[in-house]
Design a protein around this ligand. Structure first.
Ligand SMILES: [Zn+2]
Ligand SMILES: [Zn+2]
Length: 387
């Protein structure tokens, strides 16, 4: 279990509650980044600011080893009106740390403080604090700004709390841990007209209905029942018609989730083929847009073994599940895992009233009791990887 100094645990709790009180969203996390940069500097850690807009990296060297590791936390909050009444509730109306990124930042700061003091590792630790995880843009912005060119990072690791998973437990799996998230928009243009004389036009409602039904065959007839899991949901169907008018246009919107980039590419390609084929048969025109927001989160095998090993050392073997089921939620750490080997793991936030409330809920709060566990996991991972 954790052997962190009680004073450090008290400081982490204080930092976490400070961040919870002053949530910031998206890339606009200036005060949060200032707070984190000041803390890192006070531990004697070199800080590089403004990578990917408001992202920052702390650099800590121990010994003269060449090996390196990147540990990543997210800093952004959500546009939610907090309904908690405790003393550290949000002071920024309409913004709230409802996903626990305040806790993720505090845990990584705690690990940084401890490692800066002990320096009992051989190599370089990069503490990566990113903005805008919730919209899936922050990790890519840091990568585009040279995160992995400016810093020689061998592997990257991420950690998220999970309500409903008991406090003191850790869950992970090699390969696909979390799903992609994509949206699509299909605009079908026909020829509208009088509802009594449909033969005079091209009815986009009939065409659009065929498209919606045919989309159901993507999962059932284009993907392997064994190897390719996906969800395709049409969620909006909007026309410009009225009771006695056949519309000229239908817009269909929806959402896709899957677990590999190969499946993602196949979904996009087959979806457009369905739209093009049905519209061609009916004599309608179309516009098709497929927007990928989050890639699937895919853990590499070796780094996942390292994560499991470190978690077992800190939490006990019985409290670590190294082969959990995949999750249909998404995470933009996936963008970093497309560039570097690494592992994203989930730390139980608890099942009781303290940590059991769902993520993105107005009554959520990060469970401070897991701060030392997350920090100890980071420290153990560094000691193992940079031995
Ligand atoms: Zn979230
Ligand atoms: Zn989150």
């Amino acid at each position: 279990m954790s052997q962190l100094d009680p004073q450090l645990i008290a400081s982490m709790t204080e930092w976490r509650r400070h961040l919870h009180r002053y949530p910031e969203c998206g890339f606009e996390v200036e005060q949060t980044a200032d707070f984190i940069a000041d803390k890192l500097a006070s531990f004697g850690i070199e800080v590089v600011r403004n990578i990917g807009n408001t992202g920052l990296v702390g650099i800590l060297r121990g010994g003269d080893g060449e090996a390196s590791i990147g540990l990543r936390a997210d800093m952004d909050a959500l546009h939610i009106h907090e309904q908690n009444s405790f003393e550290h509730r949000s002071c920024h109306d309409g913004k709230m740390h409802a996903c626990g990124h305040d806790g993720h930042s505090a845990m990584l700061l705690g690990a940084a403080a401890q490692l800066a003091e002990s320096r009992d590792f051989n190599g370089t630790v990069y503490f990566i604090f990113q903005p805008d995880e919730e919209h899936g843009k922050g990790a890519q912005a840091m990568i585009d700004d040279g995160l992995f060119e400016r810093f020689q990072i061998d592997a990257v690791y991420g950690l998220h709390n999970l309500p409903g998973l008991p406090e003191g437990t850790f869950t992970v799996r090699p390969g696909s841990l979390m799903a992609s998230e994509s949206s699509f928009e299909i605009e079908i243009n026909g020829i509208g007209g009088h509802a009594a004389m449909p033969h005079m036009g091209v009815d986009p409602i009939v065409v659009g209905s065929q498209v919606v039904l045919a989309l159901q065959t993507l999962v059932s007839r284009n993907l392997s029942a064994i190897h390719e899991t996906a969800v395709v949901s049409a969620t909006e169907f909007v026309t410009n018609g009225t009771v006695n008018v056949i519309p000229s246009q239908v817009v269909i919107k929806g959402d896709c989730r899957c677990f590999t980039e190969a499946t993602l590419a196949k979904l996009e390609q087959r979806m457009e083929a369905i739209v093009a084929g049905i519209c061609a048969a009916a004599g309608a025109q179309y516009r098709f847009e497929f927007i990928n927001t989050f890639y699937p989160t895919v853990n590499s095998a070796t780094e996942t073994e390292q994560a499991i090993h470190a978690a077992q050392q800190v939490l006990g073997a019985d409290n670590v599940n190294g082969s959990c089921d995949p999750f249909t939620i998404s995470e933009d750490f996936s963008s970093m895992l497309r560039v570097k080997p690494g592992c994203y793991g989930l730390l139980g936030n608890g099942v009781d009233s303290v940590g059991g409330c769902a993520l993105h809920n107005p009554n959520y709060d990060f469970n401070d009791r897991i701060l030392p566990l997350g920090a100890a996991y980071w420290i153990q991972l560094v000691r193992n990887q940079l031995a």
